[in-house]
Ligand binder design. Structure first.
Ligand code: GLA
Length: 378
């Protein structure tokens, strides 16, 4: 849908009209945390908040980037000069995507891009994936590059791994690119198999709150890489390509075979979390959505105690929500701050939200339903 204010902002930044506009959502993850880089299962859904891009191609080899939400005006880069590690700040995400497209041999050149976003930055809701995916979708569609949504997401993941230098898995970009309204996306990372699982909260008399703690711990990036390296070390010691290959029934034997408690905790989380994804999907398929609550809360306990990626504020949100009558709650995303999701019956959502706000004054929350993935606006 056309939005004159958004188009005017493009024209103000670049002195001409855009050729089109695209949107890509942030995501929340229902269950399946720190499983993607272990070749396992995830079950994210798109939230309503999106990053939008108004775009026009250029033929002079320049990439010009402007954001309504970021200070500093237009960032101008030469397409031929783009190289991993050379761009700083928010502009490295779209620059990374263009570099990765070209590195993969796609005939994509310069462009002017104006962005705005309602995805909270640093809230653990994949604002950077939304920025990457909206850029990739706009540039590929404008240049007539044919690419599946899954390949587009993998390209965005590569751009973050190689150009930005963050060792993330592929869940966030895949969610932003591939989710559909009213569904959670079951992704089997190794098989690259996707299934849209019906997740209609209203039809079941349920509500989903997303609570942003507004906490971002500075050690988060290093700690993510450490968890990932630990999982890879455990898989190597167990003689499997990835922790995905440890079946739930073989968990005790795997734990006995590991030399230290730190590795045992990582493995226990990943193996039980993959199992929880399967259990949640079985309940959703059976129309027994309220019963997923305890699995969400169990997932939080596993992330807190075994994987150790929660923090005090996330624990306060989860404990308060459950004590106030939520069906279940858990941190969502990488952890060390960011957001939690809280599943309630529709008629207790307000009371649970008020209890959480009372317990963590700095938090903000919103009610969400599974929204659409990335799309062209006009
Ligand atoms: C971050 C990463 C994802 C995933 C989650 C944890 O959001 O970007 O790839 O690993 O953490 O589940």
């Amino acid at each position: 849908m056309s939005d004159p204010t958004f188009e005017t902002a493009f024209t103000k930044a670049f002195g001409r009209a855009p050729e089109g506009a695209w949107a890509a959502p942030g995501r929340a993850n229902l269950i399946g945390e720190h499983t993607d880089y272990n070749d396992g299962y995830v079950l994210p859904f798109a939230i309503q908040q999106t990053t939008r891009a108004a775009v026009a191609r250029r033929d002079d080899g320049l990439l010009r980037l402007h954001s309504a939400d970021m200070a500093g005006g237009v960032v101008e880069l030469r397409v031929d000069d783009l190289a991993p590690g050379t761009t700083t700040g928010w502009a490295r995400y779209p620059a990374a995507v263009l570099w990765t497209l070209r590195e993969a041999g796609h005939p994509v050149g310069g462009a002017d891009l104006h962005f705005d976003s309602t995805v909270p930055v640093g809230g653990g809701l994949s604002s950077s994936a939304a920025l990457q995916v909206v850029t990739a979708l706009a540039l590929t569609e404008l240049h007539g590059v044919e690419m599946s949504r899954q390949d587009l997401a993998l390209l965005c993941q590569r751009s973050e791994n190689v150009y930005v230098g963050a060792p993330v898995g592929m869940m966030d970009q895949t969610a932003s690119a591939c989710c559909t309204a009213g569904h959670a996306l079951h992704l089997d990372v190794r098989a690259l198999a996707q299934r849209q699982v019906p997740f209609d909260l209203a039809a079941q008399g349920l509500a989903m709150l997303v609570v942003d703690t507004h906490v971002k711990h500075s050690h988060a990036e290093g700690a993510y890489g450490e968890r990932r390296a630990g999982c890879e070390r455990a898989a190597a010691l167990l003689g499997v390509p990835a922790l995905r290959d440890i079946a739930f029934d073989d968990l005790d034997a795997a734990l006995d075979a590991l030399p230290d408690d730190g590795l045992r905790r990582l493995v226990r989380h990943v193996v039980t979390e993959n199992r929880r994804v399967e259990e949640v999907i079985a309940l959703l398929d059976a129309g027994r959505t309220p019963e997923i609550g305890p699995l969400l809360t169990a997932g939080h306990a596993s992330l807190r105690d075994d994987f150790q990626v929660s923090c005090r504020e996330l624990d306060v949100v989860v404990d308060t929500a459950v004590a106030a009558g939520a069906l279940g709650a858990r941190m969502t995303g990488g952890g060390f701050g960011g957001s939690a999701i809280v599943l309630t019956t529709a008629d207790t959502a307000d009371a649970v939200g008020a209890a959480v706000a009372g317990a963590l004054a700095r938090s903000t929350s919103f009610v969400t339903v599974p929204g659409p993935g990335a799309h062209r606006l006009w």
